[in-house]
Write a protein that binds this ligand. Structure first.
Ligand code: ARG
Length: 475
């Protein structure tokens, strides 16, 4: 028996059921639920363009557009649910529209689900990139706020104390890293923001369509020209975006690890509201949210590999494998959007113990390089200054004392040159030698805010244009 619901039923005397039906559609339809508003929007622009080109008469286009408007308001009220029997969002929207008007049987003219899924995905990804970018800007703002606190901070190489820095110095590193993540997201956005409609199933269409017009109505900056490339590149923008999100979560994961490490040494103190206790050991205060944040990066690696593996070795053209790319990109976006605010909250409430940090630096002989530099500035070749300072450190290690307890006489004796007390104090004081204090300025953040607002304004303007054109047709 033919499943009469199937829009492609003509050449079939049976259609998938049971396990095969569920395999094809169940999970897909759950993911596609997010694409409903975008599928409707894309269809509206397509129908409006078909009318402009004289392919659909006004009395054909108008009822379809009205039906789509109805579906849109039902979807906004959460009253549009996808039927898994109908495979995907595209067939669901067309079937529902056809229930409202038989003219909707014409809406798929000059279109395939292959270019349709690409348009839906792009519209969805644009919004999600903007949402993620705004969350990222809030995180950078939180870091900028933290950078105003004048606190000495340790730096490490090989997890051994290196040199004294400041909290602002540390913050600047991650503000820079996150601004690169922001730029990567923006680059993804610009490649995603091209119109795929008109690519058809794989070879375009002989209908006299206007791809530039659909692009304008949907706020795309242009058209992705090669139909074969539109269809074959499915998964590429997804993989690229997942890479950008994975790098972002690599950065949040590294901060999370730093916080775990610093709180284990009691140099950083997490707020009670961002840590958890042990069910057995009453004294424990564990950085669970930060460990989970570190762990989430692993999931992203999985999703990135998933998205890359999907494309490898696929033949040109459409292949159903690519449906799996939706799973990867949607979960990657969910994970990133879940992680960013958690780090914001931790950074907003974290404290540091400057006394403990000073001791950590002293214990790690953090000023040794400054001492070697002092000797070098006074004419000792740096390599010799390095060796002399190394001997002084060795002596301190043996006597279990800090570098700052060295006297000018001791240093003069080992180095063979006159060092004054003042000179020595200048280089062996962790406060004096710590690097950079300037907080991150608002000018660092405002171009990013502006970039997202401009993108959103363009999308709003395109929505208005589409509304206007739909109104002209529906009268
Ligand atoms: N649900 C499908 C997807 O996400 C839409 C395209 C289906 N095309 C096809 N020829 N089966 O890829």
């Amino acid at each position: 028996m033919v499943n009469s619901k199937m829009l492609w039923g003509g050449r079939f005397s049976a259609t998938p059921k049971g396990a095969v039906r569920a395999f094809l559609s169940s999970e897909n339809v759950a993911l596609d639920a997010r694409l409903v508003p975008y599928d409707i929007e894309g269809s509206m622009a397509h129908v409006a363009m078909l009318h402009k080109q004289g392919i659909l008469k006004k009395q054909e286009a108008a009822p379809i557009l009205k039906a789509l408007q109805q579906l849109s308001s039902r979807s906004q009220k959460n009253e549009f649910h996808l039927d898994a029997e109908l495979e995907d969002v595209h067939m669901n929207v067309e079937a529902e529209a056809t229930k409202l008007t038989s003219e909707a049987k014409k809406m798929h003219t000059a279109r395939s689900r292959n270019d349709q899924v690409s348009v839906d995905t792009r519209l969805y990804l644009r919004d999600e990139i903007n949402k993620t970018s705004k969350a990222l800007v809030l995180l950078i703002k939180e870091i900028a706020f933290l950078s105003k606190r004048k606190t000495i901070f340790p730096s490490y190489t090989h997890m051994q104390v290196a040199q004294p820095i400041t909290l602002s110095f540390y913050c600047r590193a991650y503000a820079d890293a996150f601004s690169r993540d922001f730029a990567r997201l923006s680059e993804c956005y610009s490649r995603i923001n091209l119109n795929p409609l008109g690519a058809g199933a794989v070879a375009g269409t002989t209908w006299n369509i206007d791809r530039e017009h659909t692009a304008k109505l949907l706020g795309f900056s242009g058209v992705q020209h090669s139909p074969l490339d539109v269809v074959t590149s499915r998964g590429e923008m997804e993989a690229e975006l997942i890479f950008a999100l994975t790098m972002l979560l690599t950065h949040t994961g590294r901060i999370a690890e730093d916080i775990c490490f610093l709180s284990a040494k009691r140099l950083a103190i997490l707020s009670d509201a961002t840590s958890t206790g042990s069910s057995m050991m009453p004294q424990k205060k564990n950085p669970d949210p930060m460990e989970l944040l570190r762990g989430k990066t692993a999931r992203m690696h999985g999703l990135l590999m998933h998205s890359l593996s999907l494309m490898k070795g696929l033949p040109s053209g459409y292949n159903m494998d690519s449906q799996e790319s939706k799973y990867a990109v949607m979960h990657a976006l969910d994970t990133a959007q879940e992680c960013i605010p958690v780090l914001c909250e931790v950074l907003a409430t974290i404290d540091f113990d400057p006394e403990a940090i000073k001791e950590e630096l002293e214990k790690g002989y953090a000023c040794a390089t400054e001492l070697a530099d002092l000797l070098a500035r006074k004419g000792v070749p740096f390599r010799s200054a390095h060796e002399i300072t190394g001997k002084l450190v060795k002596g301190c290690v043996a006597k279990r004392k800090y570098l700052s307890t060295l006297t000018a006489n001791e240093v003069s004796a080992v180095s063979g040159m006159k060092i004054t007390d003042a000179e020595l104090k200048g280089v062996l004081n962790v406060d004096k030698t710590s690097r950079m204090h300037s907080p991150i300025s608002p000018e660092f953040i405002s171009p990013m805010q502006k970039a997202v607002s401009e993108r959103e304004e363009k999308l709003t303007a395109a929505k208005k244009l589409l509304e206007k054109e739909v109104k002209q047709i529906t009268g």
